[in-house]
Design a protein around this ligand. Structure first.
Ligand SMILES: C[S@@+](CC[C@H](N)C(=O)[O-])C[C@H]1O[C@@H](n2cnc3c(N)ncnc32)[C@H](O)[C@@H]1O
Length: 312
């Protein structure tokens, strides 16, 4: 049973301002919470393309979306291929693109996927089960400096170098096979007083390794830029992020595309001719209500940002 509680369910779909006959893309199908709401607002002639790289999500979503399958297309792929996916479907412009980033609850709950620091499993963490790179490779084969760098950059973990050192000392003795072994090494790398504050000591390092395994930040940046390019005038992007690194990419990309003239100050008139591509509709991100945060822990760090494509 695929059980994922959709975060900012109505808010993210309302953000798309659905036109009943439009063409929409849900880049992160997951348990199809957002996709089924979008599909329920579409009428004949409309189209929803829902993408996920996880086979389990696609199988479950197929059932949930059964009543709408006449206007829904499911695609197993990385969303960083959005342009190619749309091109293959002969679609040149879309009216809205939704991202609800990160992992789904089933991915976290199925211990054998290796995403959780609370369950023993092989070091995996792949969203796409056919991908080659796994957490095992990163932990056992990457250079110590590379491991330290991703833990610092993607986990914002200040003891990154010490943790990387512990990992490399251990793997010189024998390969590190499981999430549990990794958790122990992370704990060893964090001084005792720091271990007692700020949640589970392995949280930041697990997040970092997961981001690296799935190349999450680069995939999102590329896909967001390509989505903006594929939007029809008046089309919208609606993006839910769950940590500051993703949110920063969204905010900065929206800002870049909403900039007009970039001439140096003091010129008597504009020489660059640059026009803004996007209008940002959420100056401050929308966050889940207190009730939603109370009911769903995952919702606590969620932020929604919406932007609209301007006419040229
Ligand atoms: C938070 S869940 C989405 C939940 C969904 N909105 C719902 O309401 O049920 C994120 C999903 O996006 C997928 N995903 C994350 N990054 C992806 C990528 N680069 N390409 C394709 N799918 C991705 C994950 O496999 C996961 O199923």
């Amino acid at each position: 049973m695929f059980h994922h509680i959709t975060v900012l369910h109505e808010e993210a779909v309302d953000g798309l301002n659905i036109k009943p006959g439009g063409i929409y893309v849900d880049c992160t199908l997951g348990g199809a919470g957002h996709s089924s709401l979008i599909a329920s607002r579409l009428t004949e002639g409309a189209r929803l393309i829902s993408i996920d790289q996880d086979d389990t999500a696609l199988a479950a979503a197929r059932e949930r979306l059964a009543p709408y399958m006449d206007h829904v297309t499911l695609v197993k792929s990385n969303f960083r291929r959005i342009k190619q996916i749309l091109h293959d479907l002969h679609i040149t412009q879309v009216d809205g693109v939704l991202f609800d980033l990160g992992v789904s609850s089933p991915q976290l709950d199925e211990a054998e996927r290796g995403f959780s620091y609370n369950a023993e499993a092989a070091l995996d963490m792949r969203m796409d089960q056919q991908q080659e790179l796994t957490a095992y490779t990163i932990v056992n084969e990457w250079e110590e400096s590379e491991i330290a760098s991703i833990i610092f950059k993607y986990g914002e973990e200040k003891f990154a170098r010490r943790i990387a050192r512990e990992i490399c000392l251990e793997r010189a003795r024998k390969p590190i096979e499981t999430t549990e072994e990794l958790v122990e090494l992370i704990k060893r790398g964090i001084p005792a007083p720091a271990r007692r504050t700020g949640g589970h000591p392995a949280k930041r390092t697990f997040q970092a390794i997961r981001i690296a395994v799935n190349d999450e930040l680069n995939a999102f940046k590329e896909a967001l830029e390509d989505s903006i390019e594929m939007l029809a005038p008046g089309g919208r992007t609606s993006v839910i992020t769950f940590h500051s690194l993703e949110d920063r990419i969204c905010k900065q990309t929206y800002q870049e595309y909403s900039k007009g003239c970039i001439c140096p100050p003091g010129l008597p008139q504009c020489a660059c001719g640059q026009k803004p591509t996007l209008k940002i509709l959420t100056r401050k991100p929308i966050i889940p209500t207190d009730v939603e945060q109370e009911e769903n822990r995952r919702a606590r760090s969620a932020k929604l940002r919406v932007a609209e494509k301007l006419a040229k």
